[in-house]
Design a protein around this ligand. Structure first.
Ligand SMILES: CC(C)(COP(=O)(O)OP(=O)(O)OC[C@H]1O[C@@H](n2cnc3c(N)ncnc32)[C@H](O)[C@@H]1OP(=O)(O)O)[C@@H](O)C(=O)NCCC(=O)NCCS
Length: 213
C-alpha cells in the first residue's frame, strides 16, 4: 500500500512477539468471509513482529509480479535484506507495527504475508496508514481481511493511532473489498506515490474505536 503523500511501505516486524489471546483468531470451517480453503477443523491466525529471517517472505511478496500487480509491478531483489533490517528496527522501536501473518499457529514457520501500520507526516500532521500483502498461494481464504481486522483491533485497544487511512489502487478489488467490509469510509480518490510509482488510489478512513465492523 502506499502512503498519503509519498509512501514508504513499512512492512515488517521485529522480535518474536508474545502470543496474546487477542492477537490470535480462530478460523473454523465455514465461519469466515473471503472463502475458506484452509483444510482442517480449526486454525488460529497469529500476528507476530517481523524478523530478519523473513527476508524470503519479503522477496516472495515484494518481488512477485502477482502480489505487486496493483502496486506498480515487482520491486528489485536487491536491497530486500536492508529493507527487512530497517523494518525490524522500526518494529522493535515501536514506531511502526509490522506484523507477519502466521495462518496457523501450529505451523509457525509458515508465513502468509504481512500487515503494517505506520505514521507519516502530511502537511505537518501525523497520518496513520495501514497496508497489507498476502502471498498468491494463500490469497482468497480470508487471511488478508482477518489480519487487517486483528491489527485494527490492536490499534483500537492501543489508542494512539487515531484515524487509520488506507490507499488501495482504484482497481484493486480485494483490497477495496477489505476496506468496504471492515467499516472503512470512502473519502475520495487521490494519486499516491508508492516506491516511486504514482498510483490512482481510493482513500479509505476508519476510526477503529467506532467503525470496525
Ligand atoms: C489484497 C490482499 C491482501 C487480499 O488478501 P486475501 O487474503 O486474498 O483477501 P481475503 O480473502 O481476505 O478477501 C478480502 C475481501 O475482498 C473480496 N474480494 C476478493 N477478491 C475480490 C475481487 N476481485 N473483487 C472484489 N472483491 C474481492 C473478498 O470477497 C473479501 O471480502 P468479503 O469478506 O466481504 O467477501 C491480496 O489480494 C494481496 O496481497 N494482493 C496483492 C498486494 C496488494 O495489493 N496489497 C494491498 C495494497 S493496497
Amino acid at each position: 500500500m502506499g502512503g498519503a503523500a509519498s509512501v514508504v511501505t513499512a512492512a515488517t516486524c521485529g522480535a518474536v512477539l508474545s502470543v496474546y489471546p487477542w492477537m490470535m483468531e480462530d478460523i473454523r470451517d465455514g465461519r469466515r468471509s473471503g472463502g475458506d480453503a484452509l483444510p482442517g477443523k480449526e486454525r488460529r491466525v497469529r500476528l507476530r513482529d517481523v524478523e530478519l529471517g523473513d527476508a524470503d517472505a519479503y522477496v516472495r511478496m515484494r518481488c512477485d509480479p502477482v502480489v505487486m500487480a496493483e502496486l506498480g509491478g515487482p520491486l528489485p531483489r536487491e536491497g530486500i535484506e536492508d529493507k527487512v533490517a530497517r523494518d525490524v528496527r522500526a518494529a522493535a522501536a515501536g514506531t511502526e507495527w509490522i506484523k507477519m501473518i502466521v495462518p496457523d499457529e501450529a505451523a509457525p514457520a509458515v508465513v502468509a504475508g504481512n500487515v503494517v501500520l505506520w505514521s507519516h507526516d502530511e502537511g505537518g500532521e501525523p497520518v496513520s496508514e495501514i497496508g497489507w500483502m498476502v502471498l498468491p498461494e494463500l490469497q482468497g481464504r480470508g487471511l488478508g481481511k482477518r489480519a487487517v481486522r486483528m491489527l485494527l483491533e490492536l490499534a483500537r485497544d492501543d489508542g494512539r493511532w487515531g484515524l487509520v487511512h488506507a490507499f488501495p489502487a482504484t482497481t484493486n478489488g480485494p483490497s477495496n473489498g477489505i476496506c468496504r467490509s471492515l467499516g472503512f469510509r470512502f473519502a475520495g480518490e487521490r494519486d499516491v506515490t508508492f516506491a516511486g510509482r504514482v498510483l490512482r488510489s481510493n482513500h479509505w478512513v476508519i476510526n477503529p474505536a467506532v467503525d470496525l465492523a
